[in-house]
Write a protein that binds this ligand. Structure first.
Ligand SMILES: NC(=O)N[C@@H](CC(=O)O)C(=O)O
Ligand SMILES: [Zn+2]
Ligand SMILES: [Zn+2]
Length: 427
């Protein structure tokens, strides 16, 4: 923690209160030393933040880092590199690794591998043993080892009774269950959104109903058990309605949306010519669903923005559409799509989206939100909401390159993060 740095000339946005003002931020020994006007660097390096905003560091609560076991797609180190480039100082990583993060030793392995990085890596433990959906994993033991939440992401917890027990256990250890919501009996073999486009393309569809039915079940289970339930990658209008209604009833339910689910529709599968980078879980939906996600973000039904960063190697994605694995990158394109589609058109304010990136994920996971208080560890993101740019392959910092956004216009860039006594600039 030997970082001495003056971030000068920027606008400081407190993601908690939404208040912003022009101020310098002086960091000494990795800690906030002062926030104010015309601060003296006193020998510290100076980062010129003129025209830029400084907020608490952002957190992506849904990424796949592929370690252990699938290091050809991503590693904790390359995933952290992509995260920092995208403006994130923290990520929570899903347990669908090999072996899965389903025991305490793997939780601890992930934490060990992340030591010394500028990005905090919080492992999520599996809900069920081996992610097989049959018996509960040792949730309390994993929580004691540092698991911040539980999820079988990549797969749903199909068995309702098991999900009930999972929420009861999650409640006793004070952590949420993050649900990949998909009733497999309603989606035996789909590859894209069920609807007119899938019919035209001759691809088996994934009905929105499969997602909505399971979200409804789990909202009811959350209400019944008092265990906290969080909806991963919400994608349909009806699903947003179900969550809105559950919240109205006071159920302990939260939700996240991913940029690709508001930036693209299922039309992209057709216009891209069956590009396997338009294939993910849940699938790209319709324009009406996109509108509902924006409405849900705006009215607070959807608490957080998360990316579901899901790297896959080129040789895995460069196959026929129905053979390709589900998932796309997210860390590098999150902010550009957030400003372009939410802030610029006035769907949400800058303060609101930063809250959904810096505050909401940590609150959902029970983590402390960084502050600008003097003496606290400096955990910051430096960004703008004005730079217009085109995303290119050269911007990818992940080990894999599976993104449908190469060539897409973006607005807003993350320029640097400060965390764990380190400054990482987006080069
Ligand atoms: N989102 C995806 O399409 N894929 C994810 C799994 C998941 O998040 O369900 C992956 O691990 O590749
Ligand atoms: Zn999932
Ligand atoms: Zn995922």
């Amino acid at each position: 923690m030997s970082l001495d740095l003056l971030i000068s000339g920027g606008t400081v946005l407190d993601a908690v209160t939404g208040a912003s003002r022009r101020a310098d931020v002086l960091i000494r020994d990795g800690k906030i030393a002062a926030v104010g006007d015309a601060l003296d660097a006193g020998g510290a390096d100076v980062y010129d933040a003129a025209g830029k905003t400084v907020s608490q560091g952002w957190m992506d609560m849904h990424v796949h880092l592929r370690e252990p076991g699938q290091e050809h797609k991503e590693t904790i180190q390359t995933g952290a590199r992509a995260a920092a480039w995208g403006g994130f100082t923290a990520v929570a990583c899903m347990p669908n690794t090999d072996p899965p993060i389903a025991t305490r030793d793997v939780v601890e392995f992930v934490r060990k591998r992340a030591e010394g990085l500028a990005v905090d890596v919080y492992p999520i433990g599996a809900v069920t043993k081996g992610r097989r959906g049959e018996a509960l994993a040792e949730m309390a033991d994993m929580a004691a080892g540092g698991a911040v939440a539980f999820s079988d992401d990549g797969s749903p917890v199909q068995h309702g009774g098991l999900m009930r027990r999972a929420l009861e256990y999650a409640r006793t250890v004070g952590r949420p269950v993050l649900g990949h919501e998909e009733d497999l009996t309603l989606n035996p073999h789909g590859h894209m959104n069920e609807g007119a486009v899938a019919t035209r393309l001759g691809l088996p569809g994934i009905p929105g109903l499969a997602e909505e039915a399971m979200i409804a079940r789990d909202c009811l289970l959350a209400e019944f058990t008092g265990g906290r339930f969080h909806v991963c990658h919400i994608s349909t209008a009806r699903a947003v309605d179900v969550v809105r209604e559950a919240k109205r009833r006071g159920a302990p339910v939260t939700a996240e949306a991913c940029p690709h689910h508001w930036a693209l529709t299922d039309e992209a599968v057709e216009t891209s010519g069956y590009d396997t980078n338009t294939k993910m879980h849940p699938p790209l939906r319709t324009a009406a669903d996109v509108q509902a996600i924006k409405d849900g973000l705006a009215d607070g039904t959807i608490d957080a923005i998360a990316t579901d960063h899901a790297p896959h190697a080129a040789f895995e994605k460069e196959v026929e559409f129905i053979e390709a694995p589900f998932g796309i990158l997210g860390l590098e394109t999150c902010w550009g799509l957030t400003v372009r589609d939410l802030v610029r058109p006035g769907v949400l304010t800058l303060a609101q989206v930063v809250h959904k990136l810096a505050v909401a994920p940590r609150e959902i996971l029970g983590l402390d939100v960084p502050t600008f208080d003097v003496g606290g560890a400096a955990n910051l993101t430096v960004f703008d909401d004005t730079t217009e740019w085109t995303f290119g392959r050269e911007h990818v910092r992940s080990k894999s390159h599976n993104t449908p956004f190469v060539g897409s216009p973006m607005v807003g860039r993350a320029w640097a993060v400060v965390n764990n006594g380190q400054l990482v600039e987006a080069d």
